[in-house]
Design a protein. Structure first.
Length: 127
């Protein structure tokens, strides 16, 4: 199975200071992974906030290193939002979109989120 990572999972994998870094790192070993533009942009955006404090250049280098080491597949965002299921609340729009995108490409969407999930979501075991 190939897992399309969401932003929180990618952050946990790449930032050693993330509370779930060790558990996500252990889970990703040996897994086939994938990223998409939403995951990439979200990683850079959050990595440059005060919580992590990276520059845009440094965050992009981290992402580039991840590609070099793990060789994740790249998934284009080739699905219209209207072709994915509608969540009950707008704050879950990205979750539902990424789950549908993963499914379209024969993958599962990997997340750390515990809230109600769209079908096909895989919650990375961190407890």
């Amino acid at each position: 199975m190939i897992y399309l990572l969401d932003v929180s999972t990618l952050l946990a994998r790449l930032w050693r200071t993330h509370v779930f870094h060790e558990k996500v790192s252990a889970w990703t070993e040996g897994q086939q992974l994938a990223l998409c533009p939403i995951t990439e942009v979200g990683f850079v955006r959050i990595s440059t906030q005060a919580m992590f404090g990276a520059s845009v250049i440094d965050a992009r280098k981290m992402l580039g290193s991840f590609y070099s080491v793990f060789r994740p597949r790249f998934v284009p965002c080739d699905l219209r939002l209207l072709d994915s299921s509608a969540p009950a609340v707008g704050t879950q729009s990205t979750d539902f979109y990424l789950a549908a995108l993963a499914q379209r490409h024969g993958m599962r969407w990997a997340t750390l989120e515990q809230k109600p999930k769209p079908s096909g979501a895989f919650v990375v075991p961190v407890s």
